[in-house]
Design a protein around this ligand. Sequence first.
Ligand SMILES: [Zn+2]
Length: 68
Amino acid sequence: MKCEICGKREGKGNSVSHSQVKTKRLFRPNLQKSMVLYKGEWQKMNICSKCRRAHARGDESKSPEHTR
Ligand SMILES: [Zn+2]
């Protein structure tokens, strides 16, 4: 899974217990399904929370889910 706007993907690392035993884990981007105006069309896309916030700041008033 990756963000469809910025292409952010999972990162790998270790989770480390108190006894310093290391097991592999994934760091996933905070992906949300969201309606976004992308390339001139409203689409439901898997985007990360940072892209979602950036988008909401840009044209929140134009969003069909937030018509005021
Ligand atoms: Zn993103």
